[in-house]
Design a protein around this ligand. Structure first.
Ligand SMILES: [Mg+2]
Length: 203
């Protein structure tokens, strides 16, 4: 049996924070884990910007309600669900991800969550567990599943390393340069091909 542990943003949906940046006109919110490899540094800065600009959870959820999955993503998710246990492993938050999961046909999701006050101000974020992406891959292996890891960014690397097979999906060049031992895949068609070949070889 196989488990596919796949990242969300950049793999099945666009980067949420880039949409928030466009909506609010705040350029610094464009920075993602593709630019800053330390997630905690990045999140603390994002929350500071939200606070300074009075941007509540409701505003961000409004932006997210307008985000569509990447073209072909819904079909890709359903293709994966037929061949493996698909788990979306994300560094986003349940409060952000829910409408996107609905659009993707409700795959299993492991992610983080926010602390907000009664006005919707985001006070803090809570990691599900430290190095949570890697831990999901590790847990699946402990259940005797072969794990395929798919991600596009620095925060996926430990998960990809833990997996039996790690695939970088449309990563930026700096991620490729820093981790050039992973197979790089650039479209869903190519991803289907690579996974079909892998599953056939292993079976
Ligand atoms: Mg990503």
């Amino acid at each position: 049996m196989y488990a596919v542990c796949a990242d969300l943003e950049g793999v099945f949906v666009p980067e949420i924070w880039i949409s928030v940046s466009k909506y609010t006109g705040i350029d610094e919110l464009r920075l993602t884990t593709r630019d800053i490899s330390d997630y905690n540094v990045l999140m603390k800065r994002r929350l500071e910007i939200l606070r300074q600009n009075g941007l509540t959870l409701h505003i961000i959820q409004h932006v997210i309600s307008g985000i569509k999955p990447l073209p072909g993503a819904i079909e890709m998710v359903s293709w994966l669900k037929k061949r493996a246990q698909l788990i979306i492993v994300s560094d986003t938050f349940t409060e952000f991800a829910d409408p996107l999961m609905e659009k993707l046909g409700r795959p299993t999701l492991f992610c983080n969550h926010l602390t907000t006050d009664h006005l919707g101000n985001i006070l803090d974020y809570n990691l599900r567990q430290p190095d949570g992406k890697m831990k999901v891959a590790e847990a699946m292996k402990s259940l005797n599943l072969k794990v395929i890891g798919i991600g596009d960014s620095y925060n996926d690397i430990n998960m990809l390393r833990k997996a039996d097979k790690g695939i970088l999906y449309r990563p930026p060049q700096n991620v490729i340069n820093d981790h050039n031992d992973f197979q790089v895949v650039n479209s869903y068609d190519e991803l289907r091909q690579v996974l079909s070949d892998y599953l056939e070889k292993e079976s």
